[in-house]
Design a protein around this ligand. Structure first.
Ligand SMILES: C[S@@+](CC[C@H](N)C(=O)[O-])C[C@H]1O[C@@H](n2cnc3c(N)ncnc32)[C@H](O)[C@@H]1O
Length: 411
């Protein structure tokens, strides 16, 4: 059946109409005419596959990925400027649909790197080494992932060669690479000798450290259980915005540093030297520390004790005398908050919800990784606040994910 694609869906699929019904067509682009085959026909919409693109979009490109169906990146067929436009419109449409707010959205800030930008990978190890196909437990073999840092791909191939002669109870391979320092975590069901793997990792001729994580869990959580340092470096040492910090194999760290730094630069632009800032959902405290370089005083509020401890270490290591880290649920914190000029909100995927009704701070800077929960939260916030600026950031080029920074001012 021949259709014209007139819009994009939430996941970058082409949207067409067939006999009046909406059809979602993955890998089809706005402006294209396509021959499609309907795979699922639901009451309100249908799903279809492309049989042939009859009239391609000028923004269509050949994907450089040779892996079929890992589902990791949904937009490799789109030229980068089209991806950025898609993400800008996605934020605008989601806010309009969910929050019923028709607002301007700035153009998406591009990532300097569109490939090899990911500093962390978690591969599944089975008969092959790679990723599970989307929504399944079918393992797809990966030789080279274009999203991963080159060192990560090199470690993957060294591991695969080593594994051929070392068949054992390995569940996952986790690799981190930042500033040419590499940490490798081998997740296993039980303890066994990994020293021969440490030896072959020396082929990288870079600072590298190896960890064994003994994880007996049966669910999909990868980094859990007993952690043993096998040899090499223990941590990756970093320095951003004048803050010295280190991360180990278990730490949380933003996956695309190039765009993370652009977000933090924007946040710093919003802060003035006389401001008292609260950084809610502060994690291991990097943004708190960076903000403290400009603000008069910063409070970091974090629920998880281990993350709070790391934030305290960061404060000590950098001698940050104007930082107070508070290990508390943000809900509780809002019962008696200190006087603050700006609040930074960087909540987990599910967003903040009704607690936002209690907020009474002049300026809010909301960093979101989920357009849907952002839109729901903006619906609550706009009862008391005016949206001043919305900027999407392309944290994950070639995928459908997008990070957004919103600045709001109390009415
Ligand atoms: C998206 S992460 C942000 C991390 C941090 N901004 C960073 O970039 O390192 C969300 C953080 O919020 C914390 N968190 C979740 N619920 C919370 C709550 N109710 N109160 C305080 N912190 C919470 C999580 O433990 C996590 O560290």
């Amino acid at each position: 059946m021949i259709v014209n694609i007139f819009d994009y869906g939430m996941n970058g699929e082409g949207v067409a109409k067939l006999n009046g019904k909406i059809v979602l067509v993955p890998n089809a682009m706005v402006g294209e005419t396509a021959d499609i085959f309907v795979t699922n026909d639901y009451k309100n919409y249908a799903e279809a596959k492309v049989v042939k693109i009859i009239q391609p979009s000028p923004a269509r490109i050949d994907s450089n990925c040779k892996i079929t169906g890992c589902g990791g990146c949904g937009l490799t067929h789109m030229r980068y400027d089209e991806q950025l436009k898609f993400k800008q419109l996605l934020i605008k449409k989601t806010i309009k649909k969910i929050a019923r707010i028709d607002t301007e959205v700035n153009p998406t800030v591009a990532s300097d790197k569109q490939f090899n930008y990911r500093n962390k990978a978690s591969f599944v190890v089975g008969d092959m080494v790679g990723f599970y196909k989307e929504n399944s437990h079918n393992l797809v073999d990966v030789e080279y992932c274009h999203l991963m840092d080159k060192n990560i791909n090199n470690v993957l191939n060294i591991f695969k060669n080593w594994k051929i002669i070392n068949k054992n109870c390995i569940k996952n391979l986790v690799v981190r690479s930042l500033n040419n320092q590499i940490l490798v975590g081998v997740v296993t069901e039980k303890e066994f000798d990994l020293s021969s793997f440490l030896e072959v990792l020396k082929q990288l001729y870079l600072p590298v450290g190896l960890y064994q994580i003994i994880n007996t869990r049966k669910d999909s959580v990868v980094l859990a259980g007993a952690v043993k340092h096998i040899g090499g470096i223990k941590e990756i040492e970093l320095n951003n915005f004048g803050i010295k910090y280190s991360i180990d194999i278990m730490s949380f760290h933003q996956t695309n540093e190039y765009i993370q730094n652009k977000i933090y630069t924007q946040v710093l632009n919003y802060i003035k030297p006389e401001h008292v800032v609260t950084n809610a959902f502060s994690g291991a405290g990097l943004l708190t520390a960076i903000a403290s370089k400009k603000a008069k005083k910063v409070y970091g509020v974090e629920l998880v004790k281990s993350a709070h401890k790391l934030a305290e270490q960061l404060k000590q290591a950098n001698n940050l005398t104007n930082v107070t880290n508070i290990n508390m649920d943000f809900n509780k914190f809002l019962l008696n908050p200190p006087k603050t000029d700006i609040i930074l909100l960087d909540p987990p995927k599910k967003g903040c919800g009704k607690i936002l009704e209690k907020l009474d701070i002049k300026t809010i800077i909301y960093i979101s990784c989920n357009p849907i929960s952002l839109a729901k939260d903006l619906q609550i916030l706009t009862k008391k606040y005016i949206i001043e600026e919305i900027t999407p950031y392309d944290m994950f080029p070639n995928t459908t994910s997008v990070e957004t920074v919103v600045k709001l001012r109390r009415k």
